[in-house]
Design a protein around this ligand. Structure first.
Ligand code: CP
Ligand code: NVA
Length: 301
């Protein structure tokens, strides 16, 4: 593994390896065991969109691993004034040991990796959110003790989270169902891949998708960059909510996950959010541990 651009690039074994290392790093952190695997290493973090979890978990993670992280807002970089990503990649490769980027187009992340000579990590694009889904898989395994054979159900927009959950879930042997409005389906290449896997189902009815699910996941109706569509989307996604009614379709003891930030009473009811807050905030915490594992794998000696 040279980069983390999207989960489709990883094998099942590579994903499980990351999760195993993440568990170990979490254990070491809880027990005060130092793990400075990245002493002297620097990660650059380019942000073209807002972030709380991604920024802080990568920055804290690099520090805990003995390295450092630089926050690079695209508004302050020359990228913001039109310097090509190809040139930025070649320059930053001379200074840094790795780059994390959060941006709009997946192509920018791929170009950064192509022109640079250091590992690139996708910290979210419009297309996918691999770091989040590694943390999600880690959290599911923590609670359920396994991944294989479980059913994960995604309800809502066929966005970056849907794309990564479908690919990641199927890769590790879960059944995955998704309920999305017809006009808001997941990416075509994701569906092409998913349809070659056992246990994938795309429907428009949340109740149908949630049947027998062990994990229910949702995400916002309007993602970053889609603020202008918020009103149209509020109509289109009416009923695409994880609430106590929907939970009745799922298996007893089903988990509820949300990558956050959450919009209560839109994609998730306040009641269900608060009832599953422990899982959701463990999921947020696991961003730290899962990303540290990715950093060690990519930037480590
Ligand atoms: N879930 C997630 O990526 O959160 P941030 O946007 O706060 O980084
Ligand atoms: N789909 C959301 C995820 C945020 C972590 C967005 O792209 O804004």
């Amino acid at each position: 593994m040279k980069h983390l651009l999207k989960l489709a690039d990883l094998s099942k074994d590579e994903i499980i390896d990351i999760l195993n290392l993440a568990d170990q790093l979490k254990y070491e952190k809880k027990h005060g065991i130092s793990h400075k695997h990245l002493e002297g290493k620097t990660l650059g973090m380019i942000f073209q969109k807002a972030s709380t979890r991604t920024r802080v978990s990568f920055e804290a993670g690099m520090y805990q691993l003995g390295g450092q992280a630089l926050f690079l807002s695209s508004h302050e970089l020359q990228i913001g004034r039109g310097e090509p990503i190809e040139d930025t990649a070649r320059v930053l490769s001379r200074y840094l040991d790795g780059i994390m980027i959060r941006t709009f187009e997946q192509k920018e992340v791929e170009t950064l990796a192509q022109y640079g000579s250091i590992p690139v990590i996708n910290g979210l694009t419009d297309y996918c959110h691999p770091c989040q889904v590694l943390a999600d898989l880690m959290t599911i395994r923590e609670y359920k003790g396994r991944l294989e054979g479980l059913k994960m159900c995604y309800v809502g927009d066929g966005n970056n989270m849907a794309n990564s959950l479908i690919v990641g879930g199927l890769k590790v042997g879960m059944a995955v169902s998704a309920a999305c409005p017809a006009d808001y389906a997941p990416a075509k290449d994701v569906l092409d891949y998913a349809n070659t896997c056992k246990g994938f189902e795309l429907v428009t009815s949340p109740a149908q998708a949630a049947q027998g699910a062990d994990i229910l996941v949702t995400d916002v109706w309007a993602s970053m960059g889609q603020e202008g569509e918020a009103q149209i989307r509020r109509k289109a996604f009416h009923g695409y909510q994880i609430n106590s009614e929907l939970l009745k379709q799922a298996n007893p003891g089903a988990m509820v996950l949300h990558c956050l930030p959450a919009h209560r009473e839109e994609e998730i009811s306040t009641e269900v959010f608060e009832a599953h807050a422990k899982e959701i905030f463990d999921e947020a915490e696991n961003r730290l541990h899962a990303q540290k594992a990715v950093l060690v794998k990519l930037l480590g000696a």
